[in-house]
Design a protein around this ligand. Structure first.
Ligand code: SF4
Length: 349
């Protein structure tokens, strides 16, 4: 179903899409880089409104969001397409489709399904939510009015206009970096011309009160430069604060990068140490189940506040206000109204 897009400008040179930092300028019949926005009779349309390509009820920790509504479940949805072309995309079947596909499910029904699956909120994920912004916006508005949360898992390549549009309903965002944001890596392996818009967008989301967690995928040989992790970690401390959750995650060979080995625990620990040295107080490991850096420790008294295994919560000992139960330290954890205290998803067994 084609639906007129919300954010575009009619310029002398053509129709400019204002959703992501590519700002494609298109003429009649042309489709944007993401393949799901097309100009017809002088108007921009989205091809994926309601066309759901992926759907599941996930622990919020899987996004990964460790500092938002711990222990809750998020109903996760996606459509086809992306505005990046990562050669190591885990969801390439959906993200790199030539023609969008899926099942038509409208916003009211998405929220209804989330409720039926006992989810406290909705996450727009798997592919890039920026390219299905209108669907995310309309769904998020309904969910928000019902007291549910909304979170994005995003590459961060969205414009200020797009942030203004979704911000009233967006509670948190997991911003995913690969190779610590190295410019050449983004150019060569992700077809992304520049990385600066991601930092601009994070600053703006932070200003709008959206909780940000950063995920940084370390890829051996091509995206593992220590100085890039140091830059990203220092930027995070300076712009978002030392208590921002920072996930350092391991790569698994996939798609076009099957010749690259898996990230070792040793390599991951090296990057974790760099991030901590830069001043970050909550640095987590990802994709190494059972690693001690999956847990949350109070930086003031050292108490193990939240225990996890992989993306599952074993126990959440935060107090009712979301503070450290031992010393009342503020651990920069939000979405407290939706959190599950006590034994979590794994702790019940
Ligand atoms: S969302 Fe991005 S890639 Fe897609 S048409 Fe708009 S500016 Fe281009």
């Amino acid at each position: 179903m084609m639906r007129e897009a919300t954010l575009y400008s009619n310029l002398k040179q053509g129709i400019r899409c204002d959703l992501c930092a590519r700002r494609c300028v298109l003429h009649d019949g042309e489709t944007g880089f993401c393949r799901v926005r097309v100009v017809k009779d002088g108007k921009l349309y989205t091809k994926v409104y309601g066309l759901i390509d992926g759907m599941a009820a996930d622990p919020i920790e899987k996004k990964p969001l460790f500092h938002f509504a711990p222990g809750s479940h998020a109903f996760s949805i996606s459509t086809s397409s992306c505005n990046f072309r990562c050669q190591f995309c885990l969801n390439y079947h959906s993200a790199h489709r030539e023609v969008p596909a899926g099942e038509m499910i409208m916003p009211e029904e998405i929220v209804h399904l989330a409720e039926r699956h006992n989810c406290a909120g909705i996450t727009y994920t798997y592919t890039e939510p920026t390219v299905f912004m209108e669907l995310a916006h309309d769904t998020a508005e309904i969910a928000h009015n019902k007291g549910m949360f909304n979170t994005f898992v995003t590459n961060g390549y969205l414009t200020k206009e797009a942030i203004d549009y979704i911000a009233p309903y967006l509670d948190a965002a997991s911003v995913n970096f690969k190779g610590s944001g190295n410019k050449k890596f983004y150019n060569d392996l992700m077809s992304v011309p520049k990385v600066e818009p991601i930092f601009t967008a994070m600053d703006y989301m932070n200003k709008k009160g959206i909780l940000i967690e950063i995920t940084n995928l370390i890829i051996p040989e091509v995206g593992d430069h220590p100085e890039d992790t140091e830059y990203l970690a220092k930027w995070t401390v300076e712009h978002l604060g030392p208590r921002t959750a920072f996930h350092v995650t391991a790569f698994s060979p996939t798609y076009k990068l099957t010749h690259i080995p898996r990230t070792s625990a040793k390599m991951l620990e090296k990057h974790i140490a760099i991030a901590k040295e830069a001043g970050l107080e909550f640095v987590y490991s990802g994709n190494i189940p059972g690693h001690d850096y999956e847990n949350t420790y109070c930086p003031e008294c050292g108490y193990k506040v939240i225990e996890r295994h992989s993306v599952y919560l074993k126990s959440n000992n935060l107090n009712e206000q979301g503070l450290c139960p031992q010393c009342n330290a503020n651990l920069n954890i939000s979405g407290i109204q939706w959190m599950v205290r006590g034994k979590g998803q794994l702790g019940r067994f």
